[in-house]
Ligand binder design. Structure first.
Ligand code: GLU
Length: 307
């Protein structure tokens, strides 16, 4: 399908989505996120054949938050391969993103890499693999989307650090089982920074194209993940990418994807395209309310999903 086609589709969706403003709530447990103007919505589509369709606030940067868990997991998986499954599971949790309850039963092995507990373990391993982890994460993301201006929003990172009691508790608890090796303070610092990466919908859609392209960055032909690793990462996104709303996202949208409490969602259709949406107002599960509405319309309009 052509870029013009996608431009028309998202233009229609944009108009249908605007009445949903005011139905969700901006995340406020990280104070810096509560300051974001809720009346914004953007959508961008990148197709593998080349070409960008964008509408609304698609060029406005926002905090990617948990979408960063896909980047860090890809970095670690590409280096340690199958051994990662000794540290983290691959089953949906059915619990909120920051839940502590399963960890005790599961002896500090988090259910999957996309709940906070699992992401903390992944970032802990990343810190062992890369001597300058914060620089390495930025370099990785910049190379994926071809934009060297991607940066950390230090105000958001500091705000999350100042209110990180729950993530600190998770990290200490996992460390007590021996599944976190670094000092918790240093780990939380890297984690809060990865969450505070600032990107827009166009950058985000571009940065997920390597997954639509079975592990190879289409911009430079560089293989990021093996075919099998790309398949596995997609499977975890499809089953665990939306916390305890993952089943409903598969039901309504039908694409592998990942959300963040900054209101962003990125998803992709294998061998075709990636799509990023951003609307800061969240639903009760911490996922962008307008984003899910828009993506449901998107896969319906283009008559394609992975199912
Ligand atoms: N930085 C957030 C946290 O750890 C990420 C949560 C999210 O985006 O779902 O609480």
């Amino acid at each position: 399908m052509s870029t013009e086609y996608y431009q028309q589709v998202i233009g229609r969706i944009y108009n249908e989505i605007l009445p949903f403003h005011g139905k969700g709530k901006v995340a406020d447990y990280i104070p810096a996120l509560a300051e974001v103007n809720p009346m914004q919505f953007g959508i961008a589509v990148e197709s593998l054949g080349g070409g960008t369709a964008m509408r609304g606030d698609a060029a406005t940067c926002f905090s990617i938050q948990s979408i960063s868990k896909v980047f860090t997991f890809a970095m670690v998986m590409s280096r340690v391969g199958e051994d990662i499954w000794k540290a983290v599971g691959r089953e949906p949790s059915g619990n909120p993103f920051n839940s502590l309850v399963q960890l005790e039963h599961e002896k500090g092995i988090p259910r999957n890499p996309f709940i906070n507990a699992g992401a903390l373990v992944v970032t802990d391993r990343l810190m062992e693999l890369y001597p300058r982890p914060k620089e390495a994460i930025l370099d990785f993301v910049r190379s994926l989307c071809g934009n060297d201006d991607i940066y950390y929003d230090h105000q958001v990172a500091q705000s999350e650090r100042d209110h990180a009691d729950r993530n600190m508790a998770l990290a200490h608890f996992i460390k007590s089982f021996g599944n976190i090796h670094n000092e918790v303070d240093a780990l939380i610092d890297v984690y809060c920074h990865q969450c505070a990466i600032s990107m827009n919908c166009v950058d985000l859609a571009r940065s997920f194209l390597f997954l639509a392209n079975r592990g190879v960055n289409p911009a430079d032909g560089k293989r990021i993940l093996t075919m099998s690793q790309a398949k596995r990462l997609g499977a975890i996104m499809a089953t665990c990418g939306f916390y305890d709303e993952s089943g409903d996202f598969a039901f309504r949208v039908g694409l592998p994807g990942k959300s963040g409490v900054g209101g962003g969602i990125v998803a992709y259709l294998p061998e075709k395209l990636s799509v990023a949406v951003w609307g800061p107002e969240l639903n009760a599960y911490g996922n962008s309310l307008m984003g899910i509405e828009a993506l449901e319309r998107f896969t319906t309009d283009i008559s394609s999903s992975i199912f």
